[in-house]
Write a protein that binds this ligand. Structure first.
Ligand code: CAA
Length: 255
């Protein structure tokens, strides 16, 4: 198995461990990831951390050795499958944090982009180098990158295929933090801040922001009002407002 699902305190941790290929995403790895995301979704984990084994790579992208000689229909099927697997990550009921411990290229950067948050090691290197292979990103990079950092910067990165270091990634908002010590520990510490809040409200907040990209402003405002009303119906909302009135800390129960 190249995908290891473990538990660290209240968090699920998925580690890609295929170090001989810099943790590249073979078809088998994608299938294992799909299964692991399903297990995390059904678990009581407060957040998911995704990282790579070893000091060198988070994930060097799709397995190029498997791409060679693929027919058009095979590639169409693979792209749809890879996109579907990363959509499962994007839509988990809890926040996810990519702990980018080294190279995150191509599908590896797309995996990080499908996480809610990204924390990079100071030595991390990121990019979408598909153009250098005569390709373009296929696991969501052309869609998620501009949504995260804007069209101009996304075009620069995708059409040049250049490599970004952690400092630039932080400056342009591609990553949320650069870790000062161990990147996995930093990602867990980052995820821990959400323990104070209820998962339904966290999820509704994330979904409201993410759906904003797909619709005109008036429609987005309607979605916000709908999700805000949904949040209002939860026991956590009653508890949060009562706790404020009673000047005590709320005890959220995720419902
Ligand atoms: N697929 C398959 N194998 C890979 C791989 C990948 N994406 N990246 C690295 N490897 C393998 C290498 O072939 C090598 O194996 P061998 O020893 O058997 O030859 C091993 O991992 C170590 O790699 P390097 O010797 O190249 O290590 P390096 O430190 O010199 O270079 C690197 C590291 C700059 C990341 C370089 O390996 C590299 O450029 N990798 C490819 C990155 C890339 O182009 N990714 C995009 C893939 S396409 C894609 O992802 C499409 C999509 O949108 C889904």
């Amino acid at each position: 198995m190249s995908v290891k699902l473990t538990r660290k305190d209240e968090f699920a941790v998925i580690t890609l461990d295929r170090q001989e290929a810099l943790n590249a995403l073979s078809a088998a790895v994608l299938r294992e990831l799909a299964q692991a995301f399903g297990q995390v979704a059904a678990s009581d984990a407060r957040a998911l951390i995704v990282t790579g084994a070893g000091a060198k790579a988070f994930c060097a992208g799709a397995d190029i050795k498997e791409l060679v000689g693929r027919s058009m229909s095979e590639q169409r099927r693979d792209a749809a499958f890879g996109q579907g697997v990363l959509a499962c990550l994007d839509e988990l009921p809890m926040p996810s944090v990519a702990a980018i411990n080294g190279y995150a290229f191509g599908g590896g950067m797309e995996l990080a982009l499908a996480c809610t948050f990204r924390i990079a090691a100071p030595t991390a290197k990121m990019g979408l180098p598909e153009i250098k292979l005569g390709l373009i990103p296929g696991y969501g990079g052309t869609q998620r990158l501009p949504r995260v950092i804007g069209e101009a910067r996304a075009l620069d990165i995708i059409m040049s295929g250049r490599t970004l270091d952690a400092e630039e990634a932080l400056r342009i908002g591609l990553v949320h933090r650069v870790a000062e010590g161990d990147v996995l520990e930093a990602a867990i510490a980052y995820a821990r801040q959400f323990n104070a809040y209820g998962l339904p409200a966290l999820r509704l907040a994330r979904d409201a922001v993410k759906r904003a990209h797909d619709v005109p402003l008036h429609e987005g405002l309607r979605i916000e009002a709908d999700l805000n009303t949904l949040a209002f119906q939860t026991g956590d909302a009653a508890e949060g407002m009562n706790a404020f009135m009673e000047k005590r800390k709320p005890q959220f129960k995720d419902r």
